[in-house]
Structure formats: C-alpha cells, structure tokens
Write a protein that binds this ligand. Sequence first.
Ligand code: F6P
Length: 326
Amino acid sequence: MAGSKINTIGVLTSGGDAPGMNAAIRAVTRKAINHGIRVFGIEKGYQGLLNGEMRELSAADVSDTIQQGGTILKTARSEEFKTEEGRQKGAQVLRDNGIEALVVIGGDGSYRGALELYKSAGYPVIGIPGTIDLDIACTEYTIGFDTAINTAMEAIDKVRDTSSSHERCSIIEVMGRKAGYIAMWCGIASGAEEILLPETYDFDEQKIINHITDIRKIGKTHFLIINAEGIGHSTSMARRIEAATGMETRATILGYMQRGGSPTCKDRFYASIMGAYAVDLLYEGKINRIVGYSKGDFTDFDIVEALEMQKSIPDYYVEISKDLVR
Ligand code: F6P
C-alpha cells in the first residue's frame, strides 16, 4: 500500500472500553476527512466487523463526543475472530466495503487480533493504545489510564475517610486482571500500607497480618490495602485478616465504575494526538504500526516488534511505596 493514496479507512474499538476512546475516534474521523479519506466506524469491535455492522462517519457524527466516556462505536471481545476463518472473513468484509486499512483502538489483545489480520489476510492495520490498564509495553501511556486512576483515587479517599473514623482496615480492590499499574499508582497516591500487585503478590497473608499488628503497636488506627483484581478474593481476605488481627476489616470492590466517566484532560489530549497520528501514518503510506508515547514524544512502532516488547512495574516504585508508609 505504501506510496498509493488511501481513500477509505475503518476504525473500531475492541476489548475493555476506556475513557478517551471517543476522543480518539473523533480525531481519527476528523483527521481522515481533512485528508480527503472516508471513514467507516465499525461497531462492537471485531465481532461487529464479522457481522458487517458499520456506518460511514462524518465530521458531525463525532461532535459532542470528546467529553463522553465509553465508546460510541461500542466494543466487544470476539472468540470467532481468534480463529483463522474469522480473520479471513473479517478481512473480506472490510474489502467488500472498500475499506483499505483498519485503525484498532484497544489493548494488547486487540493488537494481537490486528496483527493476525495482517499476518493471515495481508490486511493493513494501525493500533492506538486504549486501555485503562497501562500495560502495553511499547508505550508509556495508554488512553483511559488517567481517568481510571483518578476515579479510583477519589473513591479510595472516600472509603478512607470512613475507614479512619471507624478505625478499620479497608481492602479496596481496583481493576487490573494481569497488570498492577492502577493498584500501584492509586496505592502510592493514597498512602496505602499495602499494595498487592498481580505481578508480584506471593499470597502470604501472614506478612500483611504481621504488618497490621506491628503498625497498630506504634499507634496507627486504620490500615489501607489496595488489592488488584487479578488477585481478587478481597471479601474472604477481609474476613481472614479481621479474624487474625481483631481489627474490623471491610472490602470494597470498585469494579466497572473505574472504566466509566468523562475522560480527563490528559486522556482527551493523548487520544486526540494519537488518533490524528494514526491517520497521518496511513496517509504517509505506513501500515502495521502501533502509535505510542515514549521518551517525551508521540511515536510509532512496528506491530510485530511492539508485541514482542515487555514492560513491568519498576522495583523502585515498590520500594518507595513501602518507604513512605509508617
Ligand atoms: O482491560 C481493561 C480491564 O478493565 C481490566 O482491568 C479488567 O481485568 C478487564 O478489563 C475486565 O474485563 P471485562 O469487561 O471482560 O470484565
């Protein structure tokens, strides 16, 4: 495709929704139209693609969406698209509709779908990182993370007020099945005594119990544990901690509220730049790239290389999170 002018693109959102996805859809749509490229919004992710659920987007169709949470294109997880037949069918639907390249807004799993679309059907793709989990290795920022952590932090502050009044231990479970970035950021930002990350938690509750016992001896009257969804079991953990320490312990699972809400300024900004950048890549004839933010600037990576990259929560954050509590 490099060198030939592109006339029509598709855009979809896939996997868990993230605040700021609408800002990205808006940017893709408006930047494409500015370049004279038609845009089709594909509904309900790869599953909607397989069902041919799509509509052409005008500049006006994305008006008044930049401030909205969720995704106007809806999203889904598709088992059918994970199969070779599914991907061939997806590419055929796109071609039948005259769509020459696909912009995928989503997380790691969505990129794997895009990569397979390229590898098995030779179909051109571009990825934009949209996930509250911040767990895409090639980029330092993913759309939705800032809104999610601020939503979670506000909720944690509220639970903390009542926890402190009642001199209780609170376990607050935040999202992140495989990644602990939300837990780590919210834990440090809330001054949590314990932050349990799916990447490192050793399931040794006795250590937590000992920590509570020690800290109470020096006069601490309430205790905050941020637990990641990937570890879970917050309610039963609360029962066991209460039984072992004698300290009233309550679990609060924040759940999907963290994925909703109007995106923060940061999410709208990153989504706008990344969406426009994705279209510029296609306009320049570049395909099979992932848009990212690295070392202070927006950039892009080959999709195969991007998916081979690894990232982990720095040990230094873990060290600091322990240093700053007493
Ligand atoms: O990927 C975003 C995320 O919210 C994760 O933090 C969470 O583990 C997962 O999605 C939940 O997905 P579902 O919507 O399928 O329950």
